[in-house]
Design a protein around this ligand. Structure first.
Ligand SMILES: [Zn+2]
Length: 298
């Protein structure tokens, strides 16, 4: 079988992707403000402006560079999507290795499509902190980690306070304003200032692919004063919902000084990202990680 001739990676798993050559690392979509590069053995998107800042560890992974088989090929980080647990485990280890962080330093949570925010500390390291859709921390050496496939990843960082946040916003979380709740927690609980905080709206389903029905339309209209620019191509009881713009508006309303919408599409780029909508639910989850590095001996 052709598969048997594939080379082995140094963790003993066969190399699944052939997309990892340097020439293939072109930006996808606009990739506004992001750099597509290789970190360790994995392709990732990272903020251009933070390229020279070694203190903030952050990465938006793709679906490339892992060991999972279709429909989870290949860097699936989701434990509850039906993938081989050993493959998911190997993928997690590749992520930790690429970022030079340890599993015991990462914190994640059970996503529930809420606006619940978990304030996490070093004591939560290596654990699932609880149920919620945003995590914030001011502890260095704590890396927030979440998994996505169409929902909006929102990365937050305040370099003055040395605090970070990570939120997960599908339509339910968006109409509940999980983005605003995450910023409020950083300000109220961690002493951050919205003026020195930057937010990044990462790869998610674009308005082009995100057709929604009555339930979502009504929830959006109830949640936003002016929903006209958020719901386009309205036809009968259908519309296209712009999750990126909705979350951008909420972050601006929360006072965040800089909001970067990177403009990377999941549903129309399943070659690069997992998409729950485009792949009818049979797919994996790509990861996003953010945290300030802990410096020892200074
Ligand atoms: Zn699209």
């Amino acid at each position: 079988m052709a598969d048997d001739r594939k080379p082995m990676a140094n963790d003993g798993w066969r190399v699944r992707d052939h997309q990892l050559s340097a020439t293939d690392h072109r930006p996808l979509g606009s990739g506004n403000g992001l750099r597509y590069e290789r970190v360790g053995a994995l392709p990732v998107y990272r903020l251009d402006r933070l390229n020279d800042d070694p203190s903030l560890v952050h990465a938006i992974f793709t679906r490339l560079g892992g060991v999972s088989l279709p429909p989870y090929a290949s860097l699936n980080l989701g434990h509850s999507v039906g993938d081989d647990p050993a493959a998911v485990e190997a993928n997690h280890n590749r992520v930790y290795r690429a970022l030079h962080i340890h599993r015991s330093q990462t914190v994640t949570c059970h996503l529930t499509h809420s606006a619940d925010v978990l304030v996490v500390t070093a004591a939560d390291g290596g654990r699932i902190a609880g149920r919620g859709d945003a995590m914030v921390t001011a502890d260095p050496g704590v890396y927030l980690s979440m998994r996505f496939a169409d929902c909006v990843p929102i990365l937050l960082y305040d370099p003055v306070r040395g605090a970070v946040g990570l939120a997960h916003a599908g339509w339910r979380g968006t109409v509940k304003n999980v983005a605003g709740a995450a910023v409020r927690a950083m300000v109220d609980e961690l002493g951050c200032s919205p003026e020195t905080t930057t937010a990044v709206i990462g790869p998610a389903i674009g308005p082009c692919c995100y057709q929604v029905g009555d339930e979502v339309i009504q929830a959006v209209e109830a949640s936003f004063c002016d929903s006209t620019c958020l719901l386009s191509r309205r036809h009968k009881r259908r519309a296209h919902f712009d999750l990126w713009e909705a979350n951008r508006q909420q972050l601006v309303a929360a006072g965040v000084s800089q909001v970067l919408v990177v403009g990377l599409y999941t549903a129309c780029h399943t070659d690069r990202f997992f998409s729950h909508r485009a792949e009818q639910g049979h797919t994996g989850r790509f990861g996003v990680v953010i945290g300030y590095r802990e410096y020892v001996g200074q």
